[in-house]
Design a protein around this ligand. Structure first.
Ligand code: DHB
Ligand code: FE
Length: 280
């Protein structure tokens, strides 16, 4: 049987990808950011996941405002890095896992989640920057990846509770797949940041630390947190944090936090990263 063996969350700031691609990861500014992932690099080399279900948002790269999918799943054989204006990132093409992806699509849709099935899609910094942070610069990504894009760009995004429930459904789906696979689920985005308007540059450390704490200490409160609270407290783009709750929903009761990293600033955001082990 396939199993969800771990959950991971991380910010997916595009400037991090650019820093790595341009050889600046050891600079005074970026070294403290990248060193926050040394633990995860060692850990994942031991864990060797076969597949990563990677929850992220497309930033109008593959999709546009013409079609806005709330929850989608990438069922293709492979996903190329998107051109976000400066050419595609020089990172490996992402290899999918069509058979498991179709199984998750079937299981979640019959479980009453109306997933959009995507058979062709380029993947932007929301997906490639987390892979770079955790795996560095390999010739090929060492795990297959099932992209799960979530709309957090155009109002209304899904609620935190619905995200949580999708995470539970993804776990049920994975655990009903017959092949013996080591599957991780990652939730990306955040933490506090606002990219536009009079509050551009907003950071709220207190909110962020409390969010990191509550992922294990009081997840029910996060599950019920309304969108306006993310936006008011942590900035308009902090709404990306609802995607972390898909990871958290897949962890069950009483997961164990294995590792945490929090750093300000990374470009114009607060960066947060957690690794956890599911409760049984
Ligand atoms: C930026 C963009 C993002 O998608 C994000 O999650 C954080 C920061 C940016 O443009 O700086
Ligand atoms: Fe983003």
């Amino acid at each position: 049987m396939a199993r969800i063996t771990a959950g991971l969350t991380t910010s997916h700031v595009p400037a991090i990808g650019a820093a790595l691609d341009l050889g600046k990861s050891t600079s005074e500014y970026w070294q403290p950011v990248f060193s926050g992932y040394d633990w995860a690099k060692r850990w994942i080399a031991e864990e060797k996941p076969d597949v990563i279900v990677l929850v992220y948002n497309d930033h109008a790269s593959a999709f546009s405002l013409e079609i806005i999918t709330t929850f989608a799943i990438g069922c293709a054989e492979s996903f190329a890095p998107a051109d976000e204006g400066f050419g595609p990132r020089p990172v490996p093409v992402v290899q999918g896992h069509p058979d498991l992806a179709w199984h998750i699509a079937q299981s979640t849709i019959l479980d009453e989640f109306d997933m959009t099935i995507v058979n062709k899609m380029d993947v932007d910094h929301g997906l490639t920057v987390p892979l770079s942070l955790v795996f560095g610069q390999p010739e090929a990504w060492p795990a297959r990846v099932i992209p799960v894009p979530v709309n957090v760009v155009q109002y209304p995004p899904p609620t935190g509770n619905r995200c949580w429930e999708l995470g539970e459904a993804i776990r049920r789906a994975v655990e009903s797949y017959e092949e013996d696979l080591n599957v991780q689920i990652w939730g990306t985005g955040g933490m506090s940041h606002q990219l536009q308007g009079p509050r551009a540059g907003l950071i709220n450390r207190e909110f962020d630390i409390s969010f990191l704490d509550r992922l294990t200490s009081d997840p029910e409160a996060l599950r019920r947190m309304p969108h306006i609270e993310y936006v008011r407290e942590a900035g308009s783009e902090a709404i990306e944090l609802v995607m972390w709750l898909i990871m958290r929903g897949a962890m069950g009761d009483n997961p164990k936090e294995l590792h945490r990293f929090y750093h300000v600033p990374a470009s114009n955001t607060a960066l947060g990263h957690i690794v956890m082990e599911p409760g049984r």
